[in-house]
Design a protein around this ligand. Structure first.
Ligand code: G4F
Length: 312
């Protein structure tokens, strides 16, 4: 039986990936953080109690990770841990960099020393493309990051490539475009909108305040994207892969679709506030997933309207 170790198992992707790997017959291990704001850090995986094994730890406390690596000796390591909120990275740039950049380096060092035969997955991000240099972004598109978050992810991406090339490790990065689900954190725009629709419909909320609704993103379903992570870990050589649907819509269109689903007019409830604008915005992202579709036969099943429906 194969063993997978997921750092960041308590997040949206950690939850979907755990389910997927369990279905494939893996033993699943994960690190969860002690967090005073959210005592229920494990809640996204609490339905898997008894089927996965979690340990308290933190990417910034490398001894906690090393202990699990030594005890478990995993076949596959998935690094999904991050300070993942782009706007918040402008408020806490140093913490963001510690986790998303140095955290990856520390993890790679431990992996290289303790279990170098394992395969390693790094969660890279479409935010690395930033102010885009090509209409669609693929594995050959240069990065042009626009936030502390994106800059830290570029470091993570290149240090994984560097360790792969220097030490002959099977270490890959998935450059994932936005991927959403009902488990998405409530401050990300799709969940903020779809949750507000439910609350407004049930008269628990009267207004929804957003920032830049003209930004466009390539939104897919997290459940489809974790399958792509696993596929790239089974490939015969370690490479980097863009994971996207290939289609983009604006926040405004996502908003409209979400309210229309319950026959409400978004315009009646919408407020715009500076509070949710970023000092530096990524206006448009659209992935080109041709490589992963062709070489790994990956195809996202959930289309944008189904995603809206599922989340509302
Ligand atoms: O939902 P968002 O916060 O996601 P963003 O910034 O695209 O980043 C997410 O996807 C990346 C790619 O996979 C990940 F790397 C990253 O970790 C994260 O998961 O914002 C989407 C867009 C932005 O342009 C933002 O300015 O929505 C715009 N927006 C407008 N009003 C808002 C709001 N974003 C948020 N979070 N909250 C608003 O009120």
């Amino acid at each position: 039986m194969k063993k997978a170790f997921i750092i960041g198992i308590g997040g949206q992707d950690g939850s979907y990936l755990s389910e997927y790997l369990l279905e494939l017959g893996y033993e699943v291990y994960g690190i969860v953080r002690r967090n005073s704001v959210c005592e229920h850090q494990e809640s996204r995986v609490s339905h898997l109690d008894g089927r996965i094994k979690t340990f308290y730890g933190d990417l910034l406390d490398i001894s906690s990770i090393e202990k699990v690596l030594r005890d478990v000796m995993p076949d596959e390591i998935y690094n999904l841990a991050a300070q993942s909120h782009v706007r918040i990275s402008f408020d806490i740039p140093q913490f963001t960099t510690q986790v998303n950049a140095l955290g990856v380096l520390n993890l790679l060092e431990s992996y290289k020393q303790i279990c170098p035969k394992a395969r390693f997955y790094q969660a890279s991000s479409s935010e690395m493309f930033g102010e885009i240099l090509t209409k669609k972004q693929n594995e050959r598109t240069p990065f042009n990051p626009r936030s502390p978050y994106a800059v830290s992810k570029v470091f993570g991406h290149f240090i994984v490539k560097n360790y792969r090339e220097s030490y002959n490790l099977f270490a890959v990065s998935g450059i994932l475009f936005n991927h959403e689900s009902p488990l998405r954190g409530e401050t990300f725009v799709t969940r903020k909108i779809t949750r507000a629709v439910g609350r407004i419909y049930h008269k628990l909320q009267t207004k929804l305040t957003l920032g830049n609704i003209n930004a466009e993103r390539d939104w897919g379903f997290a459940g489809d994207f974790v399958e792509a992570m696993w596929l790239m870990m089974q490939h015969n050589k370690p490479e980097d892969w863009v994971v996207a649907t290939g289609k983009s819509i604006s926040v405004k269109e996502f908003l409209k679709k979400s309210f229309e689903y319950v026959n409400l007019d978004a315009e009646e409830y919408l407020l715009i506030s500076d509070k949710y604008f970023r000092p530096n915005e990524v206006n448009f992202l659209q992935g080109d997933p041709e490589k992963i579709k062709k070489e790994l036969n990956w195809d996202p099943k959930v289309k944008i309207d189904d995603l809206v429906k599922m989340m509302v």
